[in-house]
Structure formats: structure tokens, C-alpha cells
Ligand binder design. Structure first.
Ligand code: GLP
Length: 249
């Protein structure tokens, strides 16, 4: 695993965007696995800026997002489809039909999971998967205890995730209780993985995930087993890892 420590959120976002831009420039028809959450917002902003300057094109890129709330339409402001449209897709030249997010309104959730796995397979797999990190160590919506062998599936969100995500809704009651998520197996099959983390509140979980044992109790710990992972964090998020003696660039 490679660890980069950036001075602050802006520098973290720039570094992560550089890694994504390198991927797009070296393979213009690459498959990007994309993530939501507050952490990657700055990364997407930087990519949009480079696109506007004519330095980057997503014309041939395909994307697959990690997850979506069950029950939310793509037009709902808290849906992950809406997040992707407003933070990235609407501002760059990616083709709408080349972007994939699970359909939160799918009538048959099981069929939707199978369809999504097929989308990923038919694209030839993911070249670069971007990830955030949940406070309890979740990646996408793979909550503690979820099997590492799972592909796309639906999950019941934990209380801690509902609590963490309620800031985006009027109240905790409005946070959907279930979500579609790529499984750890889909994520681990990506050819490379880029995780972004920022803020002091993530310092403990970053340290646990990457210096502790590989365990389903901390889903992100599985990344220790992947051959090509880069973690880009700001100083605050990386602080405990550095204290634990892990070498960071
Ligand atoms: C959500 C998403 C995750 C994301 C996590 C962290 O639960 N499903 O993909 O990584 O939140 O979000 P944030 O970056 O806002 O801390």
C-alpha cells in the first residue's frame, strides 16, 4: 500500500485528482469506479477545473458508482445519482449512458444486483476504484460483519451510518434504512484502488484499518490484501497512522 499525506483538504483533493487524471490520460476509455460522500467532493471539483481548462476529457470514460440508497429516485437530492450529476457528470463531457449507479427504485432488488454485477463484468472490470471511508470502517456500504466474498447486494445500514449521514437529510427518520452496494469482491477486483480520507475524526479508523488485522469487523482492512492501493489523506486523518510508524510520502 502507498500512503500520501497532504497538508490539507485542498492538497489531498489535488493529489487524488492527479491520480485519477493520470488514469484517464493513460487509458482514455478506462472504467472509473466512483464514490460519494463529502470527502471526494474536492477531488471532483479539481477534475472539473482541469476539464474546463481543456486538460482532461471524459468522452470515452465509463463509470460505475459504488452504491445507492434503496427507495430514492435519481432525481432525489440525496440520491447518489444526483450527487454524481451535480458534483461531476453535469460538468464534464462524460456520456450519461456511460455512467452507472444502481437504480434505487428497482422493483426487484435481487435482479438489480445481478444486473449491476453484469454491467461491471461487461465493461471488463474497473481500472481505478475511488473510495471514501466510513467512521466504522465501511467502504461503499459494506458495513462491519459483511462477508468479503459478496458482490453487489442490498444491506441494512447500521445506526452509526444512519447517524453519520443524517446531516444530509431533514432528520434521521428520513435517511433510507437500506442501500445497494458493490460488495468487497467487486471492489477487490478493481485493478487499482484510491482511497481519500480527511479530518481528525477518521484518524483512528484509518490506523485500525491499515495497521490492524484484516477482519470483516473493519471492512476497509481487506485493502491490505490488494496489490495496488493508494491512500491519500490530509495530515489530520493520517496522524495516528504516522504515530504508529507507518511510512507516508
Ligand atoms: C457513505 C458512503 C461511503 C462513504 C462514507 C464516508 O456512507 N456510502 O461510500 O465513503 O459515507 O463519507 P464521508 O466522505 O462523507 O465521510
Amino acid at each position: 500500500m502507498k500512503f500520501y499525506q497532504a497538508e490539507n483538504y485542498e492538497a489531498m483533493s489535488r493529489k487524488a485528482a492527479e491520480i485519477i487524471a493520470e488514469q484517464v490520460k493513460s487509458k482514455s476509455d478506462c472504467v472509473l469506479g466512483l464514490a460519494t460522500g463529502s470527502t471526494p467532493v474536492g477531488t471532483y471539483k479539481q477534475l472539473v477545473e482541469w476539464y474546463n481548462k481543456g486538460e482532461l476529457s471524459f468522452a470515452k470514460v465509463h463509470s460505475v458508482n459504488l452504491d445507492e440508497y434503496v427507495g430514492l429516485a435519481g432525481e432525489h437530492e440525496q440520491s447518489y445519482r444526483y450527487f454524481m450529476q451535480t458534483n461531476l457528470f453535469d460538468h464534464v463531457d462524460i456520456e450519461r449512458e456511460n455512467t452507472n449507479v444502481p437504480n434505487g427504485l428497482a422493483a426487484d432488488p435481487e435482479a438489480e444486483c445481478a444486473r449491476y454485477n453484469k454491467v461491471i463484468r461487461d465493461l471488463g472490470g474497473i481500472d481505478l476504484q475511488l473510495l471514501g471511508l466510513g467512521h466504522n470502517g465501511h467502504i461503499a456500504f459494506n458495513e462491519p460483519g459483511n462477508g468479503f466474498e459478496l458482490e453487489t447486494h442490498t444491506v441494512d445500514l447500521t445506526e452509526s451510518t444512519i447517524e453519520a449521514n443524517k446531516r444530509f437529510f431533514e432528520s434521521a427518520d428520513e435517511v433510507p434504512r437500506r442501500a445497494f452496494t458493490m460488495g468487497i469482491k467487486n471492489i477487490m477486483q478493481a485493478r487499482s484502488i484510491l482511497m481519500v480520507v480527511n479530518g481528525e475524526a477518521k484518524a483512528d479508523i484509518v490506523c485500525r484499518a491499515f495497521t490492524g488485522p484484516v477482519t470483516t469487523d473493519v471492512p476497509a482492512s481487506v485493502l491490505q490484501l490488494h496489490p495496488n492501493v493508494t491512500i491519500v489523506g490530509d495530515k489530520a486523518a493520517m496522524s495516528k497512522l504516522v504515530e504508529a510508524g507507518v511510512e507516508v510520502e
